[in-house]
Design a protein around this ligand. Structure first.
Ligand SMILES: NC(=O)c1ccc[n+]([C@@H]2O[C@H](COP(=O)([O-])OP(=O)(O)OC[C@H]3O[C@@H](n4cnc5c(N)ncnc54)[C@H](OP(=O)(O)O)[C@@H]3O)[C@@H](O)[C@H]2O)c1
Length: 643
């Protein structure tokens, strides 16, 4: 989210390849941002770009650059792509402008038709991978985007054109970009050729030029036996698909086949375009193209709950913060999380970062609804009586918005303080007992194996006992958590680890005679999100390297990672050779120990975890390459899928 002086105005620079800049996008932007300054340039050639961009980057400094956006449009898509390349080349840190790319409305229209059609299709077949689609007249800008997005979902795509050479070129390009062979070009000029092209396809998209009818009812009847859904983007009569009206929105226009017409798709396109502008304006930088438009389309049009067919509960969402940055920055992030719909904020507790309770106090004073707590403290470096009082004070200050996260602590940090982590299980168990008694106002006599308390009591009576969450990973701690805690914070990201953890927690609950469904089972996961998957995954490596290096042998074995490789990474980290350590992280390691990628990747992975019995997701470090933007994206494109 852009945090810069409010005196700076939003500026949107329209670079249009046409003789007259399109009023369509200008009007959309000016309705959304009436106070923004719109600068528009027509007939823009790639060679003009550098001067315009650099003259826009400097006058208002880096803060002004954050409030300056570029919109690339026009009918000449090839030229628009060159202008995009030149715009990127002209920019450098810290003067990077956000860029919206929607030439001929193709990013937004292509995303709209694919998201709307797939949402309809998933009602009868939730599995997109392995399904088949045909995109008729795929060589235009909208058709290209549609083919790309369908293939990115693992759908087999047949793309047609009147020219086989043209469409084969398109198929090759998309297959190369996505590293797949899902797109196949086929000639689609005669009725028979089109019939053969739609045969076996469950999904048909007509992406032809205005006024060109491509699919007749006869072809649908004779060849479209498998077809379930049709989308048509052509709103000019004759329409692209016979019998499908431009206003149709999911109706069965042919026996067994539902359709979405061009005006219904147009209405969705307009919503997506508005959101694309909002994302670009609210975020500090980035390229907002068809990939982002499609992520937005999924948030807007994939039916709520459609992604959660088996999970019964609505999960809670938390965010972990490591107090390593300036307090005011951290508070601004927490406020964004609160505004974005997060339920909880967990602050880590290490002596070498800013103090957890100081930060939590500042957070309490600057927020209204979000629940806040330690994530996690430990009984070795802080006495449980001190923790009891700190939490009770924070609970009073925040209006009963606290949670206590407690675990055995991290051996390395404790060792650096000369503290031995002896009897970790017992220490956590005894601490929880002592803390609970103190909160109840009792005078505590406690003679344990780790702690001995002789008549300790708080001189004030806390209004309530905040929920206690145990940080646990090994089998014994997980079992103990099942027996005594209100929630369990599990440092993991892969379904396999949660299957194991949930079993242990249930076992502990059973032994203690508790109902396990009362325990909040939390995936405390390393997450990295960005609209650009590559960037998100690269950032995740910085955290995953430490997780791999510190994972016990049985966890590495569970994920088929050799102990030798983990030792090599540890050796790099110990030497301070961080680059070498991060470069050694494989895709398999990333997918075992983090949830990373685009928002829809995060949604899919969370979906899997929830089916195992997890009830809260804590978004842990690194969150994303740019923290503020990542929190914004999570709030906009991840949380809504689960609400
Ligand atoms: N609903 C909305 O909001 C919205 C927004 C933007 C665009 N649109 C519509 O979306 C459609 C696609 O837009 P676009 O810009 O990608 O289209 P386009 O480039 O004008 O045309 C797409 C393809 O149609 C084929 N085609 C052209 N004339 C044809 C004819 N007479 N018979 C059969 N095929 C023909 C061409 O493919 P080959 O030469 O390879 O065969 C062409 O590449 C258009 O109808 C446009 O009006 C709708």
């Amino acid at each position: 989210m852009v945090h810069v002086p409010s005196s700076l105005r939003n500026v949107i620079i329209f670079l249009d390849t046409d003789k007259h800049a399109s009023p369509f996008d200008l009007l959309t932007a000016s309705d959304l941002y009436p106070d923004a300054q719109m600068l528009y340039y027509s007939n823009v050639e790639p060679g003009d770009t550098r001067k315009i961009i650099q003259d826009a980057m400097f006058p208002r400094g880096p803060d002004g650059a954050k409030k300056t956006k570029v919109f690339i449009g026009g009918y000449d898509v090839e030229k628009a792509n060159q202008i995009l390349a030149e715009t990127k080349k002209a920019m450098f840190k810290p003067f990077e402008l956000g860029i919206i790319v929607d030439p001929r409305g193709a990013s937004t229209t292509g995303s709209a038709v694919v998201a709307r059609v797939l949402n309809l299709y998933r009602r009868s077949n939730p599995n997109l991978k392995g399904s088949s689609a045909t995109v008729l007249a795929a060589t235009g800008p909208v058709g290209r985007v549609a083919c790309h997005l369908l293939a990115s979902e693992g759908i087999q795509v047949r793309a047609t054109s009147r020219s086989l050479e043209k469409v084969n070129g398109l198929a090759d390009k998309i297959n190369q970009d996505l590293n797949t062979n899902l797109v196949e070009g086929t000639k689609g000029q005669t009725q028979e050729e089109i019939g053969k092209a739609v045969q076996d396809s469950e999904i048909i998209i007509a992406a032809g030029a205005a006024g060109a009818q491509l699919l007749s009812l006869d072809i649908l009847k004779n060849y479209g036996g498998k077809c379930r859904v049709v989308g048509d983007v052509n709103a000019i009569p004759p329409l692209g698909v016979e019998g499908l009206k431009s206003t149709d929105d999911g109706v069965e226009f042919f026996p067994g086949v539902r359709g979405i017409g061009a005006l219904a798709i147009g209405a969705s396109k307009n919503k997506i375009e508005a959101e694309l502008f909002r994302r670009a304006i609210d975020m500090t930088k980035g390229v907002f193209d068809h990939v982002v438009a499609y992520e937005i389309s999924k948030s807007l049009f994939m039916e709520k709950g459609g992604r959660l067919p088996e999970a019964a509960v609505k999960p809670r969402f938390g965010m972990e913060f490591v107090p390593e940055k300036a307090i005011d920055k951290m508070i601004s992030w927490v406020k964004m999380a609160e505004d974005g719909g997060f339920d909880n904020v967990w602050v880590t507790d290490h002596y070498n970062n800013r103090n957890v309770y100081m930060l939590l106090t500042a957070i309490a004073l600057n927020t209204k609804t979000i629940t806040i707590g330690t994530g996690v403290t430990n009984p070795f470096h802080i006495n449980p009586a001190w923790t009891a009082s700190a939490l009770a004070t924070l609970d009073e200050l925040s209006g009963n918005r606290t949670i206590l996260g407690i675990g055995p602590g991290d051996v390395t940090t404790l060792r650096s303080l000369g503290i031995a982590q002896e009897k970790p299980l017992t220490a956590v168990k005894e601490s929880i007992e002592i803390i609970k008694k103190l909160w109840k106002g009792e005078t505590v006599q406690f003679d344990g194996k780790v702690f001995s308390v002789k008549g300790a009591r708080l001189n004030y009576k806390p209004k309530r006992s905040p929920p206690i969450y145990m940080g646990a990973q090994g089998p014994k701690l997980l079992e103990l958590a099942g027996a005594i805690a209100d929630g369990v914070l599990i440092n993991a990201a892969h379904p396999r680890d949660f299957v194991f953890a949930v079993e242990q927690i249930k076992k502990g609950a059973r032994t203690a005679g508790r109902d396990h469904s009362q325990i909040d089972i939390v995936a405390y996961a390393s997450v990295s999100v960005d609209y650009e998957s590559k960037k998100a995954r690269k950032k995740a490596k910085e955290v995953v390297a430490f997780i791999v290096a510190g994972s016990p042998a049985e966890v590495l074995k569970r994920h088929d990672i050799s102990p030798e490789n983990a030792s090599k990474i540890l050796a790099h980290l110990e030497k301070g050779a961080f680059g070498d350590a991060f470069d050694s992280i494989t895709d398999q390691m990333l997918d075992s120990f983090s949830i990373c990628g685009r928002p829809s990747d995060i949604v899919d992975k969370i979906d899997e975890i929830l089916k195992i019995g997890v009830t809260q997701i804590v978004i842990g470090s690194p969150i994303g390459p740019n923290k503020a933007d990542a929190i914004y994206v999570l709030s906009k494109d991840v949380l809504p899928h689960f609400r």
